[in-house]
Design a protein around this ligand. Structure first.
Ligand code: ATP
Length: 291
């Protein structure tokens, strides 16, 4: 009896046993596959830092972090960063915390602006060769707070034919959304006029100079949770991967959609990917559409 109590304690103190239980309970076929996956997180602010922490605790193989900013005391109304990290670059502060949480996760950190000409090539290179063993990454997650950076991530992923997910939290801090972009199969970021995705306004104005945006750790944590849940489902192939999931905190309203690509999208590469996808579907014959 003593031995069985001790072994129960050993199992409980190992975080992987709780994750592997997902497999034993039939939710996921092969949870272990997470250890071979590389996920890129672009922007490790209020949403991205929590996303990185969740993926670290889930035992992802490798994380590649991008952010140009430093931790500020003004960020302390959100989760993850701590006051003693103020002044450090967000990516370095994040790396320091994450390696202590789970040393098995490889962390690569880039402290730069992804949209500048000087950095863009390196950014692309990390998407193509940053995965474990120098392979392509498995998924990119955009957790930035501005339109321009999202447009750049969209362009890079359309060019490279890479699946990514976008996330956003509104300036008033009480609504947010995530969206999956699978080039050619789903809408890309430019397929839908920004006003529709942003609700009540143009996404271009979501981040305005001189305007102090509101932020709540609750909404950011919920959006981060949505994003990582969708990431786990996508990477480990269980459940239904959401195309679009919106959250309005005032009404506790959740909007779920699949967004089809726009045949008149302004992105040339998106149109090309749509044609490739249609040719692939025609060659394979009819298949169940999830998004
Ligand atoms: P706030 O603007 O509310 O003070 P914030 O700048 O930390 O907060 P968040 O929404 O919490 O914004 O996080 C977004 C993150 O995305 C920030 O850390 C920001 O530095 C990062 N980011 C935005 N654009 C880029 C970019 N082009 N390259 C790299 N990181 C970016």
């Amino acid at each position: 009896e003593k031995i069985s109590k001790m072994s129960a304690q050993v199992v409980d103190s190992n975080p992987y046993s709780r994750l592997m239980a997902l497999q034993k309970m039939g939710v996921v076929e092969d949870y272990e596959a997470i250890r071979k996956k590389t996920v890129v997180v672009i922007g490790v602010g209020g949403v991205g830092s929590v996303v990185a922490e969740m993926l670290t605790r889930c035992g992802v193989g490798k994380l590649i972090l991008f952010d140009y900013d430093k931790v500020e005391l003004a960020n302390m109304n959100r989760l993850f960063y701590q006051p003693h990290q103020a002044g450090f670059s967000k990516v370095e502060a994040a790396r320091e915390t994450l390696v202590h949480i789970n040393p098995d996760v490889e962390i690569e950190a880039h402290n730069y602006n992804i949209i500048t000409v000087d950095n863009y090539d390196n950014f692309l290179d990390r998407l193509v060769h940053g995965g474990l063993n120098g392979e392509r990454i498995d998924l990119a997650l955009s957790c930035v707070d501005n339109y321009e950076a999202r447009v750049v991530v969209n362009k890079a992923c359309n060019d490279l034919n890479l699946v990514w997910m976008n996330s956003g939290v509104k300036e008033n801090a009480v609504s947010g959304q995530i969206q999956l972009m699978d080039p050619g199969r789903t809408a890309c970021f430019m397929c839908i006029p920004p006003g529709i995705v942003a609700e009540e306004g143009d996404e271009k104005t979501l981040k305005r100079d001189g305007v102090c945006a509101a932020s709540l750790p609750t909404t950011m944590g919920i959006v981060a949770g949505f994003l990582v849940q969708n990431t786990l489902k996508y990477l480990l192939k269980f459940g239904t991967v959401s195309g679009y999931l919106g959250y309005n905190a005032l009404e506790d309203f959740f909007q779920k959609d699949g967004l089809k690509p726009n045949p008149e999208c302004s992105e040339r590469k998106c149109i090309e990917r749509q044609k490739e996808y249609m040719a692939r579907v025609a060659a394979e014959g009819p298949k169940e559409e999830k998004v």
